[in-house]
Design a protein around this ligand. Sequence first.
Ligand code: ADP
Length: 362
Amino acid sequence: MQNKVKVEARNIAMSYGKTQVLRDINLAIEPGEFFALLGPSGSGKSTLLRLIAGFNQAQSGQLLIGGEDISRVPPWQRNVGMVFQNYALWPHMTVWDNVAFGLQERKLPKPVIEQKVAAALALVNLEDYARRRPSQLSGGQQQRVALARTIAIEPKVLLLDEPLSNLDAKLRVHMREELRTLQRKLGITTIFVTHDQEEAMTTADRIAVLDQGVIQQIGTPMGLFDNPVNRFVANFVGTINFLPGSIREASRDMVRLVSPILGDIKLPKLPHVPKAGEVEVGFRPHAVTLRVADSARDHEHVWLQGTVLGYEFLGEFVRYRIRVGDSDVIADQPHYAGNAPFMPSSLVNIGIQPGEMRFITA
Ligand code: ADP
């Protein structure tokens, strides 16, 4: 698609009455980027999306599209298209009429409308459904109509509010691939809201993680997973273990950590290690290796001993919960046919890959 635009938010703050729901929001979404706003319910995602659409008004800050301040521009002049969570299709109109509606509002010549509706329906593979009404379509098809209707008006920015949440689990996985493909094809700057970390991680180029109206971190899916800046982000983008510790020394190639559970250990220099002080040592369940107690301990891992509390069999892997001192450690072990699990109450050696440890200031 022609001229992709950048979307920027600068120091945005917004309240409903006395309740502040967005605090000092700063974002720079690149032209053509597929960008996710990820956070739990009530974190302010929809409020921010509606602000970009022009349905909400911030008390302070600036909003820019393509470098132009649009904070005071009404929604219909912003050139932004929004797909609502419930699709908001008109039930009494055919698919064709639903898609044509925005174009008719713009008073475009009839042949142009026909050509644009046909192109939009073709993009979402619904050419054969033009004469149906929304009630005669599946959830996934209704969503494609909503997308086609928005795409048809050729917005510069596409906003999607929980676009997949009304679909069942299987269809959701399929539709997120479709959405990704469509977004790539159009190259339109797209911002979508979701509370589902898997959805954000699998579709977005970059993600902003929100909690309580504050952007906690912005990064690529892998960047957030590998180097979360705080406990909230670490937990929101996946499962993680935390053990308390204290950094005693951090030189160019070595970190010395003292921890009631991990002991007094030297680790290779890792990214983002504070110079000194109390930390939480985070490591993900897949970075843990389990062995029977008292088996040989290699030098590639930091070893602990613990007692299996229980496990869940998840097919590809087994997720163990293990008691170590007064902490619980979660460990994922790949499962291969015939492997017997470690039973509850058994003692196990727990090996943690030092390169997978992350330090968060306590
Ligand atoms: P999310 O999309 O992350 O679930 P929202 O942006 O919908 O969160 O809501 C953020 C906060 O603002 C919530 O605490 C919610 O209750 C509040 N809120 C949302 N809309 C309104 C409104 N119209 N009036 C008052 N409070 C609102």
